[in-house]
Design a protein around this ligand. Structure first.
Ligand SMILES: [Zn+2]
Length: 87
């Protein structure tokens, strides 16, 4: 599988590190809402289809990326710098 890093171009998956689901929203750090923190820490959606994920080009430019990847086919639909994407 190749991921097209915006800086480096298409590179092998072995150069990248998966850093988690990019769909989650962290609760306010001052919040004492235990259910919101439990949901943030423990609950995950097992998506069948396009999934928004954080990846780092750890074997290259070290940029943090947001990748849209199909969990059914592993097709990479888009790659963007994480700093330029706001959910
Ligand atoms: Zn790169």
């Amino acid at each position: 599988m190749l991921i097209a890093c915006p800086y480096c171009g298409p590179r092998d998956l072995s150069e990248f590190t998966y850093q988690g689901d990019a769909n989650r929203t962290r609760p306010n750090p001052m919040s004492n809402d235990q259910s919101a923190w439990n949901a943030y820490v423990y609950e995950r959606v097992n998506t069948a289809g396009d999934h928004r994920e954080f990846w780092q080009h750890s074997g290259g430019c070290r940029a943090h990326l947001v990748v849209i990847r199909s969990t059914l086919t592993h097709e990479i639909k888009s790659v963007a710098f994480a700093r330029e994407t706001a959910k």
